[in-house]
Design a protein around this ligand. Structure first.
Ligand SMILES: [Zn+2]
Length: 261
């Protein structure tokens, strides 16, 4: 099974990480356009995915969040704001997303895959976390000793982002942009064969062209953004569908996991 997920959030990267004058309206506009594109790709391919959404995004774009739920995708929490986090945001974001989406929120993913508090997460009512990328990303985090596949602690189930079995090459948005699609497919196939599933995440703004200088982003970030991403994600989905691999939500996977293994 392949679990695609999308972190839908106010696009704060140009302002927060690259000091660009990029307003909240522009951040929302970019992410809303990208989310619409993702929804149409998923609809065309007849597959379901999981959307980790900030409460802030949902409050400012409730209709698209409701569309996500109506089209059968899973809604999960990506915190309250993308640029800051307080402990009370586990609960506050969940309450807000459940109100707007009119659905039960089970999963959590911290913005920028920052460290989490599993006990507080459980107290807020979550059953799973997907904030762990079990690899080394220079300047961000080093999780080379963490488990590579799904595991549980006393509080929640943890579904790490997929990495290849041996060298822990991360199969996520940034590598998708910067290695040939053929290689990404091959690495994904090997990892899927070994782990039995893949957990791969993207963001809406990747599906909008980020080549304009007003974004102020480096090449590795904007490479393949926009139409190229739409085309390559579509090709990735077609490739695995042709091999009878199922695409579904994280909750669906966790519920049926015991049967699969
Ligand atoms: Zn994020």
């Amino acid at each position: 099974m392949i679990l695609l997920s999308f972190d839908i959030e106010e696009f704060d990267v140009p302002a927060v990480e690259y000091g660009m004058p990029f307003s909240f309206e522009e951040q929302m506009d970019t992410s809303i356009r990208g989310t619409r594109t993702i929804l149409s790709v998923l609809k065309n391919k007849h597959i379901k995915a999981t959307f980790f959404c900030t409460a802030n995004f949902a409050i400012h774009a409730p209709k698209i969040v409701q569309q996500i739920v109506a089209e059968g995708h899973e809604l999960a929490s990506h915190g309250y704001y993308h640029s800051s986090f307080k402990n009370e945001d586990y609960k506050k974001s969940k309450t807000e997303l459940e109100r707007i989406g009119n659905t039960k929120i089970k999963g959590f993913r911290m913005a920028r895959m920052m460290p989490v508090n599993y006990e507080l997460m459980q107290q807020a009512g979550y059953t799973y976390d997907s904030s762990l990328n079990p690899t080394f990303i220079p300047g961000r985090y080093n999780h080379l000793t963490s488990p590579k596949t799904v595991f549980s602690n006393p509080y929640v189930t943890i579904l790490p982002s997929s990495v290849t079995p041996l060298v822990r090459f991360p199969l996520f948005w940034l590598s998708f942009h910067n290695i040939p699609l053929k290689l990404f497919k091959w690495l994904s196939q090997r990892t899927l064969a070994k782990h039995g599933y893949l957990n791969i995440y993207f963001h809406p703004w990747e599906f909008v062209s980020l080549h304009d200088a007003t974004y102020g982003l480096p090449f590795y970030f904007k490479n393949k953004s926009g139409d190229k991403m739409v085309q390559e994600l579509g090709s990735f989905i077609d490739f695995f569908k042709s091999k009878d691999v199922e695409f579904n939500t994280i909750s669906h996977f966790l519920k049926h996991r015991k049967v699969l293994t």
